[in-house]
Every structure is written in structure tokens, then in C-alpha cells.
Write a protein that binds this ligand. Structure first.
Ligand code: 3EB
Length: 348
């Protein structure tokens, strides 16, 4: 089976449902920020992040799809595992799982912290099952949307409970190796909404990238929680002769410390410096590959009022930026006001 090309499109939600069947044939999944997208088939994975767009643009969505080449005509395979829906092409899988913590309570799972851990555990268990059945064992990129991320349960921040459960789930799946930790985002969504995550997985292993200026998240000292966040700073996926760069949610962290508390402009600048370093690292590690193209950014802001200041910083980098979406989301450390993720494809 030939590897399929991966495509990312940022589109207005309006009119999506009117696209021809031929266009939909290659779609792996659709991500929207607030409104559920209307899609023509019930088994197509759709994810709602619960992060409100901060600009007055059309309601947008992201589409992950397989390229339209003649060798990519094989129909995609849809599967469901519990609360998870996924779709696979020959070499790539996109999936989404969404779990309401309230439904995770049960015998022995009593209280908010246990329910949150059980929901996280269930989500990752279903994710690893999906990878197994799809035959695409390599987790490339995960986006995690955690309700009330900075809230506390049983005396500990909910993000830390999430980290503990994620750590355990990876371990149980035989995936404790930090060398294979996926690129990730973990940001907040509204309290009471479901825990939602979506992901890309592949038949081939990606090249994991760390930031020499930051301690790897999986080596953070215990002051950020007893169980470290299990993600890589970035990864490069080479498939179908093309190169894709996935940069994790990136914040104003140097070493392991948050810098510039209270100053969103300085935090945005620091985050963008970290992203520039990751782009350089990826170029260095994937030498001989075509150069990485322009970045598609998602900028998560804790406070709506910070939009203008953050935008001014991002604008300074516009020569290397193709698109930006600004979204409201709480960030996983109280003092962080902004987190920026990026995706880019190398132009052959
Ligand atoms: C950081 O660098 C900021 O827990 O999966 C960024 C990306 C962050 C992913 C995760 C957390 C995660 O620590 C927070």
C-alpha cells in the first residue's frame, strides 16, 4: 500500500456540508473550536475544542485529509472504540475521543479527582486501542482539551491529575518511553464540558525534537507535579515523500521556569523564540529534507483583553507565518497567559 499525503486545511464552517462527495472522500477528521461542524457522514470523527475564537471572523474549522493523488483513492476506514471515532488511510489515522467526567464515576471511582483520572485513563486506553487496530502504532500529535484545567480537586490542580493519569495510561500501554512521547497541546476548556482529545498517528515513527533551551517536559522537576507531562516539544513526520512539522503548545518557559509573569507581550515573544528554535532544530535534525514551509499557528490566550498585544508580537514574525487563529483557553500554569502551537509542511 502506498503512503498517502497528509493535508491540513483551515476553512470556514459555512458551506462545508455542501462540498461534493469527492472532496469528503479523503477527509480524516474535522476540528472546530466552538460549534459542532456539520459533516455528511455519521462516522467521520469531529472534534469540538471548546476554545472560543477571539477574532470576528467566520467560524472556522480545521480539516485533516489525505491528498487527492490517484494513488490515494483507496477508501478510508472508519472505526469506533467506546467513545472514540477514528478514520484511517493507508498510513495515517486521525481520531477523536470525548468523555464526560460525570459518566466516569462508578464503583470505586468516587469524587472529582478519581473521575477526572478515570476519564483521562479511558480516553488514552481507547486511543491506544485505536492505534493497535489501525496498525498505525506511532502517535504523532495529540491535542488535549481539559475542562477547568487550573481548578483543584482533592487538593491538587486538575492538570496534575490529568498528568498522573496520562503517565499511567502510557505506562500500562507499554509506552512509558519518553523517546516516543508525541507532540501535544494541553489547554483548558469550560468547566463541565467533556474532556476531549484528538490525535494523528502513523505507520512510520516520527523524529522527536526537543528544545535545547527548555528542559524536556517529561523531565520537569517535581514542583510542577509528581508525574511529568508526557509530550515532546515537536516532531517531524516523513510520509509519502513529504515532511510535516508539528510543534507542541509552546509557552514562555526557559529551562523549566515560566518567564514574564503578567506580561503577555513578553510571554508571546518568548514563546515565539522557542518556536523559532524548534523550527531550527527540526531543520538541523531533518537535514536533506526540503525546508519547512510557513507556520500555521494557533495562539491560545487566557484573557480576551490580551488579543491586541499578542497579535502585535505575532505580526513581527509574519514572514514565516501562513495563518493564525486566536483562541481563548486557560493555560496549564496559572502564570502563563499565552501558549502557541504550530504546524508546517515542507514544500518539496
Ligand atoms: C509547557 O511547556 C507548557 O501537558 O501535553 C504545552 C504542551 C504544555 C503540551 C501537555 C503542556 C502540554 O509545559 C504546557
Amino acid at each position: 500500500m502506498r503512503a498517502a499525503r497528509l493535508r491540513h486545511e483551515l476553512l470556514p464552517q459555512a458551506g462545508l456540508a455542501d462540498r461534493p462527495a469527492g472532496w469528503w472522500r479523503g477527509v480524516l477528521g474535522v476540528v472546530s473550536f466552538v460549534e459542532s461542524p456539520t459533516v455528511p457522514s455519521a462516522d467521520l470523527p469531529t472534534a469540538v475544542c471548546g476554545t472560543a475564537p477571539l477574532e470576528e471572523t467566520d467560524e472556522l474549522c480545521e480539516v485533516w485529509r489525505i491528498g487527492n493523488g490517484s494513488d490515494e483513492a483507496a477508501p478510508l476506514v472508519a472505526r469506533s472504540h467506546g467513545r472514540l471515532d477514528c478514520r484511517s488511510g493507508a498510513t495515517l489515522t486521525f481520531g477523536r475521543v470525548s468523555i464526560d467526567e460525570r459518566t466516569s464515576r462508578g464503583p470505586g471511582i468516587d469524587g472529582e479527582a478519581a473521575a477526572l483520572r478515570a476519564a483521562t485513563d479511558g480516553a488514552y486506553r481507547q486511543l491506544f486501542d485505536a492505534l493497535h487496530y489501525a496498525g498505525h502504532p506511532h502517535l504523532i500529535r495529540v491535542w488535549n482539551y481539559l475542562p477547568d484545567i487550573n481548578g483543584h480537586a482533592d487538593g491538587e490542580e486538575r492538570y496534575r491529575h490529568f498528568n498522573a493519569a496520562r503517565h499511567a495510561a502510557f505506562g500500562r500501554a507499554g509506552r512509558a518511553s519518553t523517546q516516543a512521547a508525541p507532540a501535544a497541546t494541553a489547554v483548558g476548556c469550560a468547566a463541565g464540558s467533556p474532556l476531549t482529545l484528538f490525535f494523528l498517528a502513523a505507520a512510520e515513527a516520527p523524529l522527536m525534537i526537543e528544545n535545547p533551551r527548555q528542559i524536556s517536559a517529561y523531565h520537569y522537576p517535581p514542583q510542577y507535579g509528581r508525574h511529568q507531562p508526557l509530550f515532546s516539544r515537536a516532531c517531524v513526520l516523513r510520509t509519502a515523500g513529504e515532511t510535516h512539522l508539528f510543534i507542541s503548545g509552546t509557552a514562555s518557559i526557559v529551562g523549566h521556569r515560566s518567564l514574564h509573569p503578567g506580561d503577555v507581550a513578553a510571554q508571546a515573544r518568548e514563546s515565539l523564540s522557542n518556536i523559532a528554535i524548534l523550527v531550527d532544530e527540526a531543520g538541523r535534525r531533518a537535514r536533506g529534507e526540503p525546508p519547512i514551509g510557513a507556520l500555521r499557528l494557533k495562539v491560545y490566550l487566557r484573557r480576551r483583553a490580551d488579543l491586541a498585544a499578542a497579535r502585535a508580537e505575532v505580526e513581527r514574525h509574519r514572514s514565516i507565518v501562513e495563518s493564525v487563529v486566536y483562541l481563548q483557553a486557560d493555560i496549564c500554569r496559572e502564570e502563563l497567559l499565552v501558549e502557541i502551537e504550530a504546524y508546517a509542511r515542507a514544500d518539496a
